[in-house]
Design a protein around this ligand. Structure first.
Ligand code: GAP
Length: 466
């Protein structure tokens, strides 16, 4: 299944490309892997780092009302009582006594019985499903060397709570007043019953969360503001505007803490699915942590004496899921002189490698000059040197990892100190003096970019390049 009639991408193609080019591998593969757990290889690390860096850029560098935090993964267990996760962060689970598999009771139509031909659980006469029971998704462990005597703790299922419990610290030391935000990127863990679809739903993943604290009467306005802001972040980084949408949650879908939630959804090959949730959490979290800790979590205006518990607007995104959306949106195939060219048309700022430096042949002084060019570009951006194999093969490799520009050193380069720059998307080649290359690469990285793939382009100029 592809995501639209003009798209050639499938999840299988993305998985194969990620493995072939060293973006993402199954975790512990030599031992047979761990279900729905993945390791990021070199290009995967660079891509995900770029996704997170763009998020930080939008949250910190381009604004002056957000501060950063990096809280611990293991938090005081009372945190999860206060947040409601201990009692309510559950999915209904059924076991099959015959095949010993477990399924989400509320999603049996999406699950497959392991028998062949594939049917849904409960559809074979032999299926023997238990009654549904609530299964808590938090991973539990023990602090201290003796399991029995140690305290039970949990791997955080969201980074948000680390922000709420630090509200007072940040308020005191950052000299902020609402509206202001605390941003955090970090690992979260959920013992999902039915994870799957590659890195879309895994048991260990990274979140990029902002808790934006506002005066209560401004909450609705800021909620709308963050919906537009976060939608624009994805399109600004090249996602086609007709492949991303906002969807409002109905009352039955709302989490216990939420007054309103909308998801940013992307048209993945599996259909429209959540990329990010944006919630109006009201004063739920600060009140609960105040109640459970006995500490007052409120804002006091020192000049007027006014005091109130701020309300919270939370844009909560997944770094892995965003990386997957960027990969899917970028994937393209085209016919070039009778051969299929596979190319990742990633926004240059997201591309793992910005430029590849390639000597045409491995003689006549070309590798030496290419090395010198490579050394000049390294301070500007992540660049790569490659002299192995035919130039065609090297271009194809760079296309598949999404490198926007290939700098080729040829016979003329040795004579007149110029190189060609090949554009990944148009395949156009331009000759440039080596002297001018660093500035040219900088210029290209800062220029607005739009995908040449069919579909509604991102509005220009985009907010993230402004
Ligand atoms: N603090 C709110 C919160 O955690 P969520 O909708 O449960 O909200 C936010 O998660 C985002 O985290 C999701 O939109 C998704 O991008 C990412 N996410 C959640 N569970 C995930 C999983 N099992 N695997 C990968 N990403 C996940």
């Amino acid at each position: 299944m592809t995501d639209s009639p003009t798209d050639v991408v499938t999840m299988d193609k993305i998985v194969a490309l990620c493995k072939r080019r060293g973006f993402i591998f199954r975790s512990s593969e030599i031992y047979g892997g761990v279900a729905s757990t993945y390791d990021y290889g070199h290009y995967g690390v660079l891509l995900k780092n770029n996704v997170k860096a763009e998020w930080w850029r939008a949250m910190l560098q381009e604004r002056d009302d957000v501060v950063a935090l990096d809280a611990a993964i293991i938090m005081h267990p009372r945190t999860w009582e206060a947040s409601g996760h201990l009692a309510g962060f559950t999915d209904p689970l059924v076991d099959c006594r015959t095949c010993k598999q477990r399924f989400r009771a509320d999603d049996l139509k999406a699950a497959s019985c392991p028998r062949k031909p594939s049917k849904h659980p409960g559809e074979y006469d032999e299926c023997d499903l238990t009654e549904a029971r609530e299964f808590n998704l938090m991973f539990e462990t023990t602090v201290g060397p003796v399991r029995e005597a140690g305290a039970t703790v949990y791997l955080r299922p969201e980074t948000a709570q680390g922000i709420f419990v630090n509200f007072k610290n940040v308020l005191q030391f950052s000299r902020r007043r609402p509206p202001f935000g605390i941003a955090q990127v970090g690992k979260a863990f959920r013992n999902e019953i039915t994870p799957g679809n590659f890195i879309f739903r895994t048991r260990e993943f990274e979140q990029m969360e902002l808790e934006y604290f506002v005066p209560p009467d401004e909450a609705d306005r800021w909620f709308e503001y963050w919906l537009a802001e976060r939608f624009g972040w994805y399109t600004g980084l090249g996602i086609r505007a007709d492949h991303v949408r906002l969807r409002e949650h109905g009352p039955e879908e709302l989490s216990h803490y939420s007054r309103a939630t909308s998801d940013v959804e992307y048209l993945f090959p599996i259909g429209w699915s959540e990329l990010e949730g944006i919630a109006n959490r009201g004063d739920y979290d600060l009140l609960r942590h105040a109640e459970f800790s006995g500490d007052k979590l409120e804002y006091v205006d020192s000049s007027t004496g006014e005091r109130y518990v701020p309300h919270v607007i939370e844009p909560s995104a997944g770094a892995d899921r965003s990386a997957l959306a960027f990969l899917v949106d970028a994937y393209d195939e085209e016919d070039v002189e009778g051969e299929t060219r596979t190319v990742l048309r990633l926004h240059p700022r997201l591309a793992p490698v910005k430029a590849a430096v390639l000597p045409l042949v491995r003689r006549d002084g070309q590798p030496e000059l290419a090395r010198a060019v490579y050394d000049r570009l390294r301070p500007v951006a992540q660049v790569e040197y490659d002299e192995g194999g035919s130039i065609g093969r090297r271009y194809r490799r760079q296309d598949e990892i999404g490198t926007p520009w290939a700098v080729t050193i040829d016979g003329q380069s040795v004579e007149d100190q110029t190189v060609t720059i090949r554009d990944r998307d148009t395949l156009a080649q331009e000759r440039v003096a080596i002297e001018a290359l660093p500035a040219e690469l900088r210029r290209r990285l800062e220029a607005p970019w739009r995908t040449p793939k069919p579909g509604a382009p991102a509005p220009q100029p985009d907010s993230t390049t402004a």
